[in-house]
Design a protein around this ligand. Structure first.
Ligand SMILES: CC1=C(CCC(=O)O)c2cc3nc(cc4[nH]c(cc5[nH]c(cc1n2)c(C)c5CCC(=O)O)c(CCC(=O)O)c4C)C(CCC(=O)O)=C3C
Ligand SMILES: [Fe+2]
Length: 362
C-alpha cells in the first residue's frame, strides 16, 4: 500500500464534459459545446436527435455521480480524508461554479482528474483552457494540477482487457475464434491529431499503443491472435475537413465484405457509457452490424471498475509524492511509458489559435 499522504493537496477535482439532463437542456448544451467551432447546423440537428432518442438526457452526468461516489468510498477505505469535487466543461455543475465553491470552502490546492485519457486539443488542452477560464478573476481559487495521462495505466487497460474478454465470451461459439477486435475512439480532425502531444500525432499514437497492448493481453488469455484495427466514431465538423478514419460503420461493412465472422467493438477512447457509446456504438453501429448479419458485441467501458477507481487514487498519491520532491514509481503498460505531469510548452496546440491554459510547463 503506497503512503496515503496527499500533501500538498486538500481536494480532488473530477473534471468532465457534462451533458443534458432533459429535453430543454439539449439545445443550450449543444450551443455550449459548439460555440465558435463551426459545426454545420445539420450536424447539430442530427446530434440533437440522438439525445431525443434517450429522452433528452445524456447518461454522462449520472455516470460521473457514480464515479464520484466510488472515488469517495475508495479514498475513505484507504484512510484518505480528502473532499472530492466535480465540475464540467459544458453543463451544470460548471467548472467555474465548482471552483467558486472550492474557494469558499478554503481549498488551496487541488489535483484534477479528467474523464479523458489521451492527448489532443479536444481531449486535453481544451480542458486546461477551461480550467484557466474557470479560475480567471476568481479571488482565492485553488492552485490546480492535472493528473497525468492514464491511457496506458494498468488501472485503465486492465478493465478494458477484461471487458474485451467478456464480450468475446458472449459471442456465439462458432464465430468467436474468428472475431475481429475493433478498437473505437472519437474521431477528431486530422489537423488536431497532427498538433496533438508535444511533437504531433500523439492522439493516434497513444490509441495504437493501447490497442496493441489490449490485443496482446487478450491474445495471451485466449490463445488466439484476433485481428484488430483502430477505428473512429462521432465524426463531426465540415464534410470538407479531413477527420480520422475509418468510421466504425464503414469498418463493419469492410469486415463483412472481407468475410469476417464476428466483431467486438472496444470503445477504448472513452471511460464511461456516455452518448458516443450508447448512441454511436450501441444504436447506430449495432444497427449496421445487424443489417449486415455480422455478429457484434460491444465491450464495457471502465466506468466504476474498482481498478479504475483505485487508479485515480494511485495517480493522486503519485503526483502528491512528486510535488513533495520525493521519488516515485509510475505504473504504465505498453510502449510509451508514463507521460509528463505538466504538459510541455506547445503541447496539443489548438489548430484554431492559442489560448491561455493551466497545468503546463511555463
Ligand atoms: C476527442 C473527443 C472526446 C473524448 C475525450 C473527452 O471525453 O473529452 C469527446 C468526448 C465527448 N463529446 C461529447 C459530446 C459532443 N462532442 C461534440 C463535438 C466534438 N467532439 C470532439 C472530440 C471529442 N469529444 C470534437 C473534435 C468535436 C467537434 C467540435 C470541436 O471541434 O470541439 C459535440 C457537438 C456535436 C457534434 O459535433 O457531434 C457533442 C454534443 C461528449 C458528451 C457525451 C454525452 O452527452 O453523453 C463527450 C464525452
Ligand atoms: Fe465530442
Amino acid at each position: 500500500m503506497p503512503n496515503p499522504d496527499v500533501t500538498p493537496y486538500d481536494a480532488l477535482l473530477l473534471v468532465s464534459f457534462g451533458g443534458p439532463e432533459g429535453p430543454d437542456d439539449v439545445v443550450p448544451f449543444l450551443e455550449n459545446v459548439t460555440r465558435g467551432r463551426g459545426i454545420p447546423r445539420e450536424r447539430l440537428e442530427e446530434v440533437g436527435k440522438h439525445y431525443s432518442i434517450f429522452g433528452g438526457r445524456s447518461p454522462i452526468n449520472d455516470l460521473n455521480r457514480d464515479l464520484l461516489a466510488s472515488l469517495r468510498a475508495d479514498l475513505a477505505e484507504a484512510g484518505i480524508d480528502l473532499p472530492v469535487y466535480w465540475g464540467n466543461r459544458n453543463w451544470d455543475p460548471y467548472l467555474r461554479d465548482t471552483l467558486a465553491q472550492m474557494a469558499a470552502d478554503g481549498v488551496t490546492r487541488a489535483a484534477c482528474f479528467m474523464t479523458s485519457a489521451y492527448s489532443s486539443w479536444s481531449s486535453c488542452r481544451q480542458y486546461r483552457e477551461n480550467l484557466y477560464d474557470a479560475v480567471e478573476g476568481q479571488p482565492g481559487a485553488p492552485v490546480l494540477d492535472k493528473l497525468r495521462h492514464y491511457f496506458n495505466h494498468p488501472g485503465f487497460v486492465g478493465p478494458v482487457v477484461d471487458a474485451t474478454l467478456a464480450a468475446l465470451a458472449d459471442l456465439p461459439d462458432d464465430v468467436r475464434r474468428g472475431a475481429h477486435l475493433a478498437f473505437v475512439t472519437h474521431s477528431v480532425p486530422t489537423a488536431m491529431n497532427d498538433t496533438s502531444g508535444p511533437d504531433g500525432g500523439a492522439y493516434v499514437e497513444q490509441h495504437l499503443s493501447v490497442s496493441t497492448e489490449v490485443a496482446r493481453q487478450v491474445g495471451e488469455e485466449t490463445g488466439i491472435e484476433h485481428p484488430w484495427e483502430l477505428v473512429y466514431c462521432s465524426r463531426s465538423g465540415s464534410p470538407h475537413a479531413p477527420w480520422l478514419e475509418p468510421d466504425v460503420n464503414d469498418h463493419l461493412e469492410a469486415l463483412h465484405g472481407a468475410g469476417a465472422q464476428a466483431v467486438v467493438m472496444v470503445p477504448l477512447g472513452f471511460v464511461s457509457d456516455h452518448m458516443e457509446v450508447v448512441y454511436d456504438l450501441d444504436t447506430e453501429a449495432q444497427a449496421t452490424a445487424e443489417r449486415l448479419g455480422l455478429p457484434a458485441r460491444r465491450a464495457a467501458t471502465a466506468g466504476t471498475d474498482p481498478r479504475f477507481v483505485a487508479m485515480v487514487r494511485d495517480l493522486l498519491l503519485e503526483r502528491a509524492t512528486v510535488e513533495r520532491g520525493e521519488d516515485v514509481v509510475r505504473a504504465s503498460v505498453g510502449s510509451l511509458g508514463a507521460l509528463w505531469d505538466r504538459c510541455p510548452v506547445g503541447c496539443c496546440a489548438n489548430p484554431k489559435g492559442e489560448r491561455p491554459a493551466l497545468c503546463g510547463e511555463q
